[in-house]
Design a protein around this ligand. Sequence first.
Ligand SMILES: [Mg+2]
Length: 409
Amino acid sequence: MTESRTILHLDLDAFFCAVEVIRDPSLEGQPFAVGGTPEDRGVVASCSYAARKFGVRSAMPMGQALRLCPGLKVVSHHGGYGSYSKKVMVLLDAVTPYVEQISIDECFIDVTDIDAPANTVARRIQRRIQDELRLPSSLGGATSKLVAKIATNVGKDRAQTDGWPNAVLIVPPGEERAFLAPLPVRAMWGVGPKMAERLEAQGIRTLADLQCLGDDALVARFGSTGRKFHAHACGIDERGVEPGGEAAKSISHETTFAEDLHEAGRLHAVLLRLSQLVGRSLRDGGLTCRTVTIKLRWSDFKTITRRVTFRDGTDLDHDLYRAAKRLFDNAWQPGQRVRLLGVGASQLSDGGQQLSLWQSGDDRDHRIQAALDTLRDRFGGGKTRWGQELNQRGFVAEEDDDAWWEADA
Ligand SMILES: [Mg+2]
């Protein structure tokens, strides 16, 4: 039950910047931003706390950031952040097996079974990550994932420091509603800027407003989402921490483009190729999947994931592609610039006993798939062909096997 759980949410503070400080300690305390130069890609991916004092924010054009903070040092996006992220997860796995990673720099930890106050556990974890990996972090704690994550953000906002926030904020059991009440609606996990505007246009500005409106009134205005709003505004969230998370139980392939793509034809071609790579990994592992996820990073570095889950499993390229394309077409506005595209498969199981039943997934489909695999093996599929296909179309792409999926938030 809700009251009996203690869940921590951990967020590494300005993660890309913290890694860059490890690489170049002279950056410590300096106003700097990780991202593209104004001449090149021109967007802030992450910025130091010294830069934030000048109003620099992530996803801001680098030119604007330099106008706000003329002394800003621009550090190029080196990549390789995934290996630091993995070190944090390895450290946490030694604390408890109940860790669910939700993005490259965030995870949930269920510490219900640890016999110490949540605040003590959180400070211990924070100190170990700082001492052993030299990465600052902030933690929130509560009886649910939802409130724990919001607590992290509130703790960071309240941190009385010019440097790394290193915040810890625990919401005691029974105080969830009171804690959430004064917060603006956009503080709620899952309420994006557009939904926040819609709510504010109806005079709903704080979570207290949502709490007061009640279930029925919200359902009348927002349908089934309204019910979720009301529950979440009251701090009710029964979702459990799923150890391992999606990252450990999924197969994914993603591609970052040297230049952003904005044409449907090209983007669909990339989706098809990624779906084929995922399909091949499934078949090589004797697996089927029930969930297909796509990951999209826009030109401003904002990243979204969308997923769909089916009743039966599949390992066929065309099933994966059909699902990925539908998700993509729903998420993408024609002309919108895309920096990164990924396709993932999860809810995996051993494929042997069940063939695909999604559409026409019968023996014939599997025979065709096997023949295609043989052809690709013989005539060089995989990365070689990928590069050639793309070069012929006049652009290049790199494949990144170090794929991390962010949560649908
Ligand atoms: Mg972070």
